[in-house]
Design a binder for this molecule. Structure first.
Ligand code: SF4
Length: 477
């Protein structure tokens, strides 16, 4: 995924950008970068790896290293950025968020007429091209930034939200063409900022100015925001922003993440009640941490007390510490889970997880609960069964669709024929739906398993269904 933050101010912009980018640290773990523009010092840029230590520790000396009244920065889960580009548009720094699926085609097209080149990040094929460099190459084919960005947005199969810092000290911000991820503008008396997360600028004293619409492009200076290209009509904002990866304190489209999660849990609890499912439970719990708010909503609606039967020991484990070997990864996950025996022994527990992707980790968590004396462990997924890998964002929690537990289970039940009936498998009331749930329960040792429905999650978000991307669940993006 990734996130960006930028500031155009009458005063120094570097410190605000440093804090603003830091507040996007939950969106990526690989690279981070900042660029600032100062009339005397010119364009300055720093990029660091953040795999083993967080953004803040890597950039803590930034105030000694950079100056400027405009600055941008990003957290990236893939490429190193911001990139500095010198082109027909002058010198500029650029960072992008999203994914480009037709890299090869765009690179080959560009090379066929330009005689130019790209920095190759790997030695095989053309896929190792830095996405921001490719976006810049497309922007530079047109006479100005707005035309170039529109051209890039139209050519890209995938998603690209773009933030540019120009030599004249102005910013250009563009939201991806269907608004799959948010881009917001904040305002303070000394200038403006651009951000993925709104809480990042509110903590810095900025107020909401506007949320860019799909494909909208603006130019931002310390004095104001100029519209370069209006919003497009079609919107498909990512539903997982609310249900999983958005920060709880954030609002997208005016809808707060934490509150959406409570609503989502409430809707699941209501449905269980109507169907008479899992009505004899001692505690409702969230699979930490992302399942927790959904579980709070479930508990509030069902009047079953919320509890934390195990708590993760996090102080000494950096989030990005992820051994490559599965056995070691499981060991680390186990070491983090510390049980509260009184809340587990002889208890009937209902856990809510944000989603069930591969199920590997969940099976181990459930085993751990049974080893500690749990009587029953019921599972609820805060979203429908995941049937498709995301092709619109760099948001991948499984390396292939066949790793998804729903797909893998369907394959076991009836082979590839089953993939023609994914809608039925999603539906808990159909025979196929029941069979898939039963098979997953047996595999992962759940006493019962239910998924939030598509209608339920869309209701919890509160936007019209056709404005929300639900491709992961129903293949409709
Ligand atoms: S496919 Fe899934 S993760 Fe990707 S944008 Fe759509 S809802 Fe979000």
């Amino acid at each position: 995924m990734g996130g960006f933050f930028g500031v155009a101010s009458k005063n120094d912009a570097v410190l605000d950008t440093f804090f603003g980018v830091d507040y996007h640290s939950h969106l990526g773990t690989r690279r981070a970068g900042m660029a600032a523009m100062d009339p005397e010092l010119g364009m300055q840029r720093k990029i660091h790896k953040i795999e083993n230590s967080p953004f803040r520790t890597k950039f803590e000396r930034i105030l000694d290293e950079m100056e400027g009244n405009t600055a941008i920065g990003c957290i990236s889960d893939s490429d190193a950025q911001p990139l500095l580009i010198r082109s027909n548009h002058g010198l500029y720094a650029i960072c992008t968020i999203g994914i480009i699926n037709n890299n090869d085609e765009l690179v080959n097209q560009y090379l066929s007429f330009s005689g130019g080149h790209f920095g190759a990040m790997t030695t095989t094929g053309v896929t190792g091209i830095n996405a921001s460099e490719l976006v810049a190459a497309m922007i530079d084919q047109k006479s100005d930034f707005a035309e170039g960005i529109k051209f890039a947005q139209d050519k890209i199969d995938g998603t690209a939200s773009i933030l540019i810092l120009k030599e004249d000290g102005k910013l250009i911000a563009a939201r991806d063409k269907v608004g799959r991820i948010p881009v917001l503008v904040g305002k303070r008396e000394d200038g403006y900022c651009v951000s993925f997360e709104d809480f990042a600028y509110k903590k810095l004293g900025y107020e909401d100015y506007k949320e860019l619409g799909p494909g909208e492009i603006v130019e931002i200076s310390a004095d104001g925001v100029e519209l370069l290209s209006p919003a497009r009509k079609k919107k498909k904002i990512c539903a997982f922003l609310w249900s999983y990866y958005g920060y709880p304190t954030s609002c997208y489209e005016g809808i707060n993440v934490e509150i959406m999660r409570y609503r989502n849990g409430q809707i699941m609890a209501k449905r269980d009640k109507e169907l008479g499912l899992a009505q004899d439970i001692d505690y409702v719990s969230g699979v930490p941490d992302s399942g927790t708010p959904h579980a709070i909503g479930y508990s509030n609606e069902s009047s079953v007390p919320f509890a934390r039967p195990f708590i993760k020991y996090t102080p000494t484990w950096p989030r990005s510490f992820m051994p490559s070997n599965q056995k070691e990864r499981s060991r680390v996950a186990k070491m983090k889970q510390i049980p509260v025996h009184d809340l587990i022994k002889d208890k009937k527990l209902l856990f809510v997880d944000d989603s069930i992707v591969r199920g590997t980790q969940l099976r181990e968590t459930v085993e751990f609960l049974y080893e500690n004396g749990a009587k029953e462990v019921h599972m609820r997924s805060a979203c429908p069964p995941i049937m498709y890998g995301c092709k619109y964002l760099n948001f991948s929690r499984a390396t292939s669709e066949m790793e998804l537990i729903s797909r893998a289970t369907i394959m076991e039940l009836e082979g590839e024929e089953g993939f023609k009936h994914l809608d039925e498998y999603s539906d808990a009331s159909s025979e196929r739906g029941k069979k898939m749930r039963k098979a997953i329960c047996e595999k992962l040792n759940f006493a019962s398993l239910e998924f939030q429905t598509l209608e339920g999650i869309v209701e919890a978000i509160g936007l019209p269904a056709d404005e929300v991307c639900t491709y992961c669940w129903n293949g409709k993006g």
